[in-house]
Design a protein around this ligand. Structure first.
Ligand code: LLP
Length: 451
């Protein structure tokens, strides 16, 4: 019996901070910085043994800077917690260096489009270590995936089954691809509506309650499908702090999964991270422990491979963005606008989801932040806000490098060219070395597409 939709109250939506939140005026909490962050004698920020402002001097602003050691530790933690089928969800942040890093640290890579597949392949990740996702995979994308010999395809719709089986029929050269069936368990994670995916009313996957999931399994198990069904997949949403949602999902999935006697159960991604003062999130290890207990409670046999696809939890806190403050506009009695040289084109999350961020000055990380300003970008609309009520040091001035921490997930990957603003470069720092892993986009790059 599959229960009706479960609605769970998981607390606040994606993080929103304002100047009245307790502790906001204190110096930036160190735990929002990448793990190798330290201060030099003058209070300047160093990450991976590299002076952050020296990176800015070399490559300019805006720039995404990632702590490579932090990225590696999180991948290792995920691999340790879930084993070799754990996948890094590359939609959170992808370039060749990141794909190679996740692969080196033993993670598979979840790619949800032909583009992500192409980047992972260009990084040298073997097809077997890739998992293909997507709610509207084209024939071309599936052909590329089959040609690469992807390790898993997560099947999302009946139309996709038709397209896939047309490719895996008698003319398909390789072995039948291993597939998982994506199920919507009818569990509503309380997060922002745009990133909720487990509810019945979803564009993703096959509903459990409606019987669609069972019908999909039947179709995929028919010999004519030319595929090998190995497991069940569910992803209930993103930026979820309260682990009860995952427990509920497993409680609902358990009976369905157990009857099928399959080998793999993947619970997707979704683990939340702290973005602002006062927020805390479970670690990947804690998440895995809770999932294991919940799977055991749902009588999922021990030999089943319980896997997951963390994206944000791997990369978010490893990255920060440095901007340069270009104008400081004081409107007495109203607010102070600090305009920086990026904005919604490199971080659309505040505009899309109302997400909160902190701001600080890498030149003096431990400075108190008594002043409240609104950090805005350079795009031609009033909604182009990066931090609505940013607490900053009193002496913030034009020309200062202003940084927002925890921008490693869904910032670079969702960046655009709005207003023909070139996308920022990405720099990895480690052991006193910096390497530009994605160079800054140029006007020529943009013009190259313009026939
Ligand atoms: N697996 C699947 C099937 C997914 O759809 C996603 C994310 C993940 C794994 C990884 O989820 P994570 O661990 O990163 O939460 N742009 C939004 C987030 C969208 C998430 C989309 N799917 C944001 O900036 O908050």
């Amino acid at each position: 019996m599959i229960p009706d939709t479960l609605s769970v109250d998981f607390g606040p939506p994606l993080s929103v901070a304002d100047a009245t939140s307790p502790g906001r005026h204190a110096p930036l909490p160190v735990r929002l910085l990448p793990e190798t962050a330290e201060l030099d004698g003058a209070g300047r920020l160093r990450i991976g043994g590299v002076d952050v402002l020296s990176v800015v001097e070399e490559v300019g602003t805006p720039v995404f800077i990632y702590d490579e050691e932090h990225l590696r530790r999180r991948c290792r933690e995920a691999r340790q917690a879930f084993g070799p089928r754990v996948a890094y969800a590359s939609k959170a942040f992808l370039c060749k260096a990141m794909a190679a890093l996740a692969h080196e640290e033993g993670c598979c890579i979840d790619v949800s489009t032909g583009g992500e597949l192409a980047v992972a392949r260009a990084a040298g990740v073997p097809g077997e270590r890739l998992v293909l996702h997507g709610n509207n995979k084209s024939c071309a994308e599936m052909e590329a995936a089959l040609e690469a010999g992807v390790g898993r395809i997560v099947v999302d719709s009946f139309d996709e089954i038709e397209r896939l089986t047309s490719l895996t029929g008698p003319n398909h050269a390789g072995p039948p691809p291993k597939v998982l069936v994506r199920v919507t368990p009818g569990v509503e994670a309380h997060t922002h509506e745009y990133v909720m995916t487990g509810q019945d009313d979803s564009k993703f996957g096959f509903g459990l309650a409606s019987g669609a999931a069972a019908a999909a399994v039947e179709r995929l198990r028919h010999p004519s499908a030319g595929v090998r069904l190995v497991g069940v997949h569910a992803h209930i949403g993103s930026q979820i702090f309260a682990l009860e949602g995952f427990e509920r999902a497993l409680a609902v999935l358990g009976p369905f999964f157990n009857e099928l006697e399959l080998e793999e159960l993947c619970i997707g991604g979704g683990l939340g991270v702290a973005y602002v003062t006062g927020e805390t999130a479970p670690s990947i290890t804690e998440w895995a422990q809770v999932l294991r207990r919940a799977a055991a409670a749902a009588r999922v046999p021990d030999h089943v491979v319980l896997c997951a696809e963390p994206g944000r939890a791997i990369v978010a806190a490893a990255g920060l963005t440095c901007y340069t403050a270009g104008t400081v506009k004081d409107l007495p009695g109203l607010r102070t606008y600090v305009s920086v040289d990026g904005g919604m084109s490199d971080n659309p999350r505040p505009v899309l989801y109302g997400s909160g961020y902190e701001a600080f000055l890498p030149r003096e990380v431990t400075a108190a932040r008594p002043r409240v300003v609104t950090v805005v970008g350079k795009h031609c609309e009033s909604g182009d806000v990066l931090v609505r009520d940013a607490c900053v040091p009193a002496d913030l001035r034009v020309g200062d490098v202003l940084a927002t921490p925890v921008t490693g997930a869904y910032g670079h990957s969702m960046a655009s060219n709005y207003n023909k603003v070139p996308r920022p470069p990405v720099v990895f720092v480690k052991d006193g070395q910096r390497r530009v892993v994605v160079r800054r986009e140029t006007y020529e790059d943009m013009l190259a597409l313009d026939m």
